[in-house]
Design a protein around this ligand. Structure first.
Ligand code: G3P
Ligand code: CA
Length: 261
């Protein structure tokens, strides 16, 4: 398949949606990021007890939902210990502000439906796959069922799957090689040619994004979107170092920075 990267020259990635102003990883945060012209939305995937892939950052539900009120006395608040129906009883918005009351944790499949026909694509981070045996195959199944999003996204280069977990990245790539994959770099990891041959992105913590590292990444044919950069001066510094894009909670601020350059 031919991939043309239909991005802005600097790739604007909304981290958990427009998560500075709306509750992270919710439909409102995603819709705002789309309205604000993000090229990609970065989001995090976990799996429910009954096997639904859901978008939430933490392994557990306490920080971003009212799970303790709805299910008092449970011994675990891990995402993996709740069913999809149980998760849908939780309010995933009020912690950010009363105007967001009633937001629900979305499934990955729902989000892929939302993205259909949008110019905004998906940078999907798979969270700790060691908690979820069979996660790579489950992800393949959801993507294959969402071909109306996936097929055009592959043509325009607007789908990337990334993880901090090297074994997962390799396993997923072997199962679905048409989907570009990225590694979320740990500080001690050095990019090597044998890895770069099949990696599309190498995304480090932004303070590690030196000009030398960006040059090495480009020599190896990968792109780099450092995370998570929210202040204009820091965005300029990361772009001056040679980054291809930025992952930010504030897509509007990044838009302004890009216009200034
Ligand atoms: O996309 C990279 C970044 O999201 C990794 O950190 O903790 O925000 O998922 P975290
Ligand atoms: Ca993430």
């Amino acid at each position: 398949m031919t991939t043309t990267h239909a991005f802005s020259p600097i790739v604007k990635v909304a981290h958990r949606g427009a998560s500075f102003e709306a509750p992270e990883n919710t439909r409102t945060a995603f819709r705002r990021a789309i309205e604000q012209g993000a090229d990609l939305i970065e989001t995090d995937v976990h799996r429910t007890a009954d096997g639904v892939l859901v978008l939430v950052h933490d392994d557990t539900l306490e920080r971003t939902t009212n799970v303790r009120e709805v299910f008092p006395g449970r011994t675990s608040y891990a995402v993996a210990d709740f069913t999809w129906d149980e998760l849908q009883q939780l309010d995933a918005g009020s912690w950010k502000g009363t105007e967001f009351a009633g937001e629900r944790i979305p499934s990955l499949a729902q989000f892929l439906d939302l993205l259909q026909g949008c110019r905004t694509g998906l940078l999907l981070e798979v969270k700790d796959p060691t908690l979820y045996p069979g996660m790579a195959a489950d992800l393949v199944a959801v993507l294959e069922a969402s071909e109306q999003f996936v097929e055009p996204a592959l043509v325009s280069g607007k789908l990337i799957v990334q993880s901090f977990h090297w074994d997962f990245v390799r396993e997923f790539h072997a199962l679905m090689p048409a989907v570009p994959v990225g590694y979320l770099a740990l500080p001690e990891w050095e990019p090597h040619a044998e890895d770069a041959a099949w990696l599309a992105t190498y995304n480090p913590y932004y303070r590690a994004a030196s000009p030398e590292l960006m040059e090495r990444v480009h020599e190896l044919g990968m792109r780099s979107f450092p995370w998570t950069v929210n202040e204009p001066e820091e965005m300029h510094a990361v772009l001056d170092a040679g980054a291809d894009g930025i992952i930010t909670d504030k897509p509007l601020v990044l838009e302004q920075v890009v216009r200034e350059r």
